[in-house]
Design a protein around this ligand. Structure first.
Ligand SMILES: O=C(O)C(=O)Cc1ccccc1
Length: 285
């Protein structure tokens, strides 16, 4: 009896003590989650499972955009399809290594699709257009490589130790300075901090000037946009939604007014949350 009651009582507290991210152990997402907080990190095997945990009240961390390859489309589509909010962001440096068994002949390179794209020039020129295979995460790729000598994985340096593999090469991304922005997800966003960013998702009306009018709302108020991207609505061909970031908090007067006016120009508006801006790790040095 007591046990049952006790379990129920501590569950919400346990939820608050864990950050959920993409695993297995050794992913960049795990690194970002640890950067975000010193809470325990629980790793799930897919972005969908991270979102499921967020819907159940936990805090989740997912990759959102990369300085070389742009937006992580899977994360955008999950934000569009689920009722979850952004309550923070973390930016970390991404340094890719090639991990495997030194001395073995590599026939295929495995990694997360974003990581493979970030190392395209290396894979094409240094590894002679070697076959590549996308898997759910960089650490998953290391796990696979561990049991297959002919594989090599594009992954974080730390994963070599974690899984007992050799670092065959390092810094193999196309551009040395490679940053990824991760979103911290929850059921609530953050109160104003004085240095915030807001993310929105909207569907424009099917009429001339609709996107122009929507963006004018921000231009007229001198609100700085830091991201704008379109994605297919998945409802019909040629139908798109836009995801937009601006500098400011949705609850501050100027921004509140802009959002009220924006509602007149769009078919559907989803405010994904306001949250403190992350520090660029390159500015910390
Ligand atoms: O696979 C990982 O390690 C992830 O966390 C996803 C990812 C992949 C490449 C760059 C940033 C995040």
């Amino acid at each position: 009896m007591l046990g049952g009651k006790f379990d129920f009582g501590v569950m919400p507290i346990l939820c608050l003590m864990v950050v959920v991210s993409l695993g297995p152990k050794g992913t960049f997402s795990e690194k970002a989650a640890r950067e975000w907080s010193d809470k325990k990190v629980r790793l799930e095997s897919s972005s969908e499972d991270v979102v499921k945990a967020v819907e159940e009240g936990e805090t989740g961390v997912l990759p959102f955009e990369n300085s070389l390859e742009g937006t992580v489309l899977r994360t955008v589509d999950l934000l569009a399809a689920h009722d979850i909010l952004i309550k923070g962001e973390v930016v970390i440096e991404i340094d890719h290594c090639l991990l495997g068994y030194s001395g073995s002949e590599i026939r295929e390179v495995v990694s997360h699709s974003q990581a493979l794209r970030q190392c395209r020039e290396y894979l094409t020129h240094e590894l002679n257009n070697i076959d590549v295979r996308a898997v759910s995460s960089t650490a998953k790729a290391v796990e696979l490589t561990k049991s297959e000598e002919e594989l090599a994985a594009v992954a974080p340096r730390e994963a070599a130790n974690e899984y007992g593999l050799d670092i065959l090469d390092e810094g193999i991304q196309d551009v040395k300075d490679n940053l990824t922005r991760f979103l911290v997800l929850g059921l609530e966003d953050c109160p104003p901090s004085g240095n915030d960013k807001t993310t929105l998702l909207f569907y424009v009306k099917d009429r001339p000037g609709s996107l122009y009018d929507s963006l004018g709302v921000f231009a007229e108020r001198d609100i700085n946009l830091t991201k704008l991207e379109s994605r297919p609505s998945r409802e019909k061909l040629g139908d798109y939604f836009f995801i937009l970031d601006f500098e400011g908090h949705r609850k501050d007067k100027k921004f509140k007014k802009a959002l009220v006016e924006l509602k007149n120009h769009v078919r559907d508006l989803k405010i994904l949350g306001s949250y403190p801006k992350a520090t660029n790790p390159q500015n910390k040095k």
